[in-house]
Design a protein around this ligand. Structure first.
Ligand SMILES: NC(=O)c1ccc[n+]([C@@H]2O[C@H](COP(=O)([O-])OP(=O)(O)OC[C@H]3O[C@@H](n4cnc5c(N)ncnc54)[C@H](OP(=O)(O)O)[C@@H]3O)[C@@H](O)[C@H]2O)c1
Length: 236
C-alpha cells in the first residue's frame, strides 16, 4: 500500500451517480471505498470496474457501524474525502411530485424515512469521520444535494425529498462552520441525470452528473461552504 495515495469514501456507490463518482475518483488516483448497503453489491461493483482502486465496503448510511472510523484507520491509514451520495427520492412509497408526494398529503413517515437516508446518514458519517478528515492535508466532504432544495423554488410538491435535501444543505453549512478551513465542505447538485432515480428522460449522462461532485472532491478552486452546480455557485 502506498501511504501517499489519497482515500475517498463514496456512499451508495453500487449504481448510478455514486458508482460513476467512485470510478472517476479511482481513475484520478484515489483509493476509493465503494459503499453499498449490501456487501455483495459493493463487491460486484468494485469487481466490474476492472481497473483497480475500488475497495468494497458494506455501509447502510442509516446504520453506520460504531467502529467505522477505526476500521478505515486500521485498513487504509487515512481518509481524505467523504462523498455523501446515497439517496432516496421519496422513501416509504410517496410516489411522485404531486398528490401523495405533496405537502398536504405526504405521509409524515415517508418524510421521516427520507430524512434518515438523505440527511441523518450524512450527519452520522460526518460526525464519525471528522477526526480522520481533519488529519488529512486536504480533507473534504461533498454532500450530493439537489437543485430541488433551492429555497426560492420549493413549491409544494416532492415534499419528502425537498425537505431532506434542504436539511442536507443546512448540514453542509453547519459542517463548514465547524470544520473549515481544515476540512472543506460542499453541497453539489449533479443536475437531472439518467439513473434509476432520474429516469431515462433526464438530459445528463452519469459522467456529466458526476463532474461537479468529483471537481469538488479534487480541485483547489471551489470555496468551502458553497452549493455548486456545473462547477458554479448556486443560491441556496
Ligand atoms: N439522478 C438525478 O437526476 C439526481 C438529481 C439531483 C440529485 N441527485 C442525487 O444524487 C444522489 C445519487 O442519486 P442517483 O440518481 O444515482 O440515485 P439511484 O440511481 O437511485 O442510486 C441511489 C443509491 O443510493 C443507495 N442508497 C439508498 N439508500 C441507502 C442507504 N440507506 N445506505 C446506503 N446506500 C443507500 C442505493 O443503494 P441500493 O442499490 O441498495 O438501493 C443506490 O446505490 C442522490 O443523493 C440523489 O438525491 C440525483
Amino acid at each position: 500500500m502506498n501511504d501517499s495515495t489519497k482515500v475517498a469514501l463514496v456512499t451508495g456507490a453500487n449504481r448510478g451517480l455514486g458508482l460513476e463518482i467512485a470510478r472517476q475518483l479511482a481513475r484520478s488516483g484515489f483509493r476509493v471505498l465503494l459503499g453499498a448497503r449490501r456487501e455483495e453489491d459493493a463487491r460486484r461493483a468494485a469487481l466490474d470496474f476492472g481497473e483497480g482502486g475500488l475497495v468494497p465496503l458494506a455501509l447502510d448510511v442509516t446504520a453506520p457501524p460504531s467502529d467505522l472510523a477505526a476500521r478505515i484507520r486500521a485498513e487504509q491509514g487515512r481518509l481524505d474525502v467523504l462523498v455523501n451520495n446515497a439517496g432516496v427520492y421519496q422513501a416509504g412509497g410517496a410516489p411522485d411530485g404531486q398528490g401523495a408526494g405533496s405537502v398536504l398529503e405526504v405521509d409524515p413517515e415517508a418524510v421521516r424515512a427520507t430524512l434518515e437516508v438523505n440527511a441523518l446518514g450524512p450527519l452520522a458519517l460526518a460526525q464519525k469521520l471528522a477526526p480522520l478528515l481533519r488529519a488529512s492535508d486536504d480533507g473534504r466532504i461533498v454532500n450530493v444535494s439537489s437543485g430541488m432544495a433551492q429555497l426560492a423554488h420549493l413549491g409544494s410538491d416532492s415534499t419528502a425529498y425537498r425537505i431532506s435535501k434542504v436539511a442536507l444543505n443546512a448540514l453542509t453549512l453547519q459542517l463548514h462552520a465547524a470544520l473549515s478551513p481544515r476540512v472543506k465542505v460542499f453541497a453539489a447538485c449533479p443536475g437531472w441525470v439518467r439513473t434509476d432515480m432520474g429516469g431515462p428522460a433526464a438530459p445528463k449522462s452519469v459522467a456529466e452528473g458526476a463532474d461537479t461532485p468529483v471537481w469538488l472532491a479534487t480541485s483547489p478552486e471551489p470555496r468551502s461552504g458553497g452549493f455548486y452546480q456545473e462547477r458554479r455557485l448556486l443560491s441556496w
